[in-house]
Design a protein around this ligand. Structure first.
Ligand code: XMP
Length: 511
């Protein structure tokens, strides 16, 4: 398909995915390629524009990442960002050196408003700087179009050759008008139409799935999470009853979740849907097991076994659907399409299931785009905006041994917590929040009776990437209300704790 595209060339910067996202926010399709991409491949892709990312190296060092010099003669507009700016300068004969003052953080930027790059940008404006090298002298043909107090060349352009660069990072939100600048490049300079929309994605995806699948049989493991749900619905819209979805209920889902998933997929869409109620099988396997990694392993393996048994009943299929999304691919090495995300990260692919090919209909999308596609496909908001939920489910939110009674306690407590967070209007602003069971029992008093019951812990965190997180400062009255509802409404709980540890040193989940 020949759609309008901008490519990002990766020199190892930390914001590379962000650049691609920002371009897509201009409704222009964008993908990331390694800096080793050949000129031929670029010509084949035929992008409307190219963006060089930042990176940790010094452009003037011999072994630093570089690219084919022919790229500058393709006539395709190029925007270099940070390291990309320095590399472009260095390769074209300008001078890059160690900056007398390295800049880090928000900085006042003075721009030449007559440049196409800075149309509708104010001056001074705030930009985000992060560099120790700087551009001492621009290459021939370049005109400086922005500076800061410590950076004489903060942006420059060579209009004739359609080459542009910025020393700062327009892709991070701290550059307050960075979005306008990127849009000026992508739409203004590159001449993109900006017509990449979710409805066209959905339409095209359905068309190409149909072509690929023909009258073949397709199998999908549904976890009820966003990615696998959107993938399944896309497939069902494309090939209807040729799709078989298997939903394994491992008894470690949140309250009512299994029924909600079943309801959506049996009432709303036309596909073959099998729910396997394997709760007891999982509880039996988990009986007496307390070690977290062992629990995870058991849940993962059992999931695969149940899935395999069901798949066997369906027989040979032609395709297996995976809900792989773009960050999975980028994080596991660009272009390394062999890396496969397991259906919900619990244990890898079933080795026996007989299929010819994998279909990954979401492999070009970021998470928020998957959500938009989901809405476009009519999947209920509740499912589309579901919080991250680990594959092993409540199994890792119950410290120590798991059994049906404990699952019930944590389901009820978690349900109350989520209900009250939503009532307080905070459900879309907290990163992730849930209740967990500490496995600790303590003495309490209820009515005139002594109790010896469990303590439930509430966990709420804010995070950007889930690699680090801060505990969320929920209002005390909210915590108080949740606490009193839980001890009153959930049997066998007499104490509620609030987890105020970040990650690190804790993790988000309990196990
Ligand atoms: P931790 O506990 O490692 O969690 O700080 C980070 C994020 O990952 C989620 N998580 C998982 N997701 N399978 C998943 O799909 C898993 O096994 C798993 N373990 C943790 C967790 O909910 C949080 O968002």
């Amino acid at each position: 398909m020949n759609r309008e595209k901008v490519i990002v060339i990766d020199f190892g910067g930390q914001y590379n995915q962000l650049i691609a996202r920002r371009v897509r926010e201009c409704n222009v399709y964008c993908e990331i390629h390694p800096h080793t991409i050949s000129l031929d491949k670029i010509k084949k892709i035929n992008p409307k524009g190219i963006i060089f990312t930042g990176g940790p190296n010094s452009a003037y060092q011999e072994d630093s990442p570089s690219c084919d010099k022919g790229i500058y003669d393709l006539g395709i507009p190029i925007l270099g960002i940070c390291y990309g700016a320095q590399l472009m300068t260095h390769m074209l004969g300008g001078v890059v050196g160690k900056a007398p003052v390295s800049e880090y953080g928000k900085t006042d930027l003075h721009v030449d408003q007559s440049s196409d790059l800075f149309r509708n940008v104010s001056t001074p404006t705030t930009c985000w700087m992060s560099h120790t090298d700087y551009i001492e002298t621009v290459a021939d043909g370049f005109k400086v179009i922005a500076h800061t107090a410590d950076c004489p060349v903060a942006a420059a352009e060579n209009i004739e050759k359609k080459l542009y660069f910025m020393q700062f990072h327009p892709e991070v939100l701290h550059t307050t008008e960075g979005k306008t600048m990127l849009s000026n490049f992508v739409i203004g300079v590159c001449g993109c139409a900006g017509d990449w929309r979710m409805d066209s994605f959905v339409e095209n995806a359905i068309k190409s799935i149909r072509e690929k699948v023909g009258d073949g049989k397709v199998l999908c493991a549904l976890s009820g999470g966003v990615d696998s749900s959107v993938a399944a619905v896309l497939l069902s819209k494309a090939v209807g009853k040729q799709l078989h979805c298997i939903f394994v209920d491992h008894g470690l889902l949140r309250k009512n979740e299994g029924d909600e998933v079943e309801e959506v997929f049996t009432k709303q869409y036309d596909l073959n849907f099998t729910r396997v109620n394997a709760q007891q099988r999982f509880y039996d396997k988990l009986a007496g097991v307390t070690e977290p990694e062992q629990k995870r392993k058991i849940i993962g393996e059992e999931f695969i076994r149940v899935f395999e048994e069901e798949a066997k009943k369906i027989g040979t299929v032609d395709f297996l659907v995976q809900g792989t999304i773009y960050p999975d691919i980028v994080e596991s090495g660009i272009g390394n399409s062999a890396v496969i995300k397991s259906h919900h990260n619990v244990g890898g692919l079933p080795d026996y299931v007989d299929f010819k090919e994998i279909i990954e209909p979401l492999r070009d999308l970021f998470k928020d785009e998957v959500r938009r596609a989901g809405l476009e496909l009519g999947i209920p908001e509740k499912l589309v905006f579901r919080q991250p939920f680990p594959g092993p489910g409540l199994g890792i939110r119950i410290i120590g041994e798991v059994n049906a009674d404990k699952v019930k306690i944590v389901q009820e407590a978690d349900h109350i917590f989520r209900e009250e967070v939503a009532n307080a209007g905070l459900d879309t602003s907290i990163g992730q929040y849930f209740a967990a069971l500490t496995n600790m029992r303590s003495v309490g008093v209820m009515g005139d009776e002594r109790t010896y019951d469990y303590a439930v812990v509430l966990r709420a965190v804010n995070t950007i990437d889930f690699m680090t997180a801060e505990f969320a400062e929920l209002p005390w009255d909210l915590i108080g209300k949740v606490s009193s509802r839980i001890v009153n409404e959930v049997k066998h709980v007499n104490r509620v704790l609030y987890d105020c540890t970040g990650k690190p040193p804790a993790t988000i989940e309990m196990e």
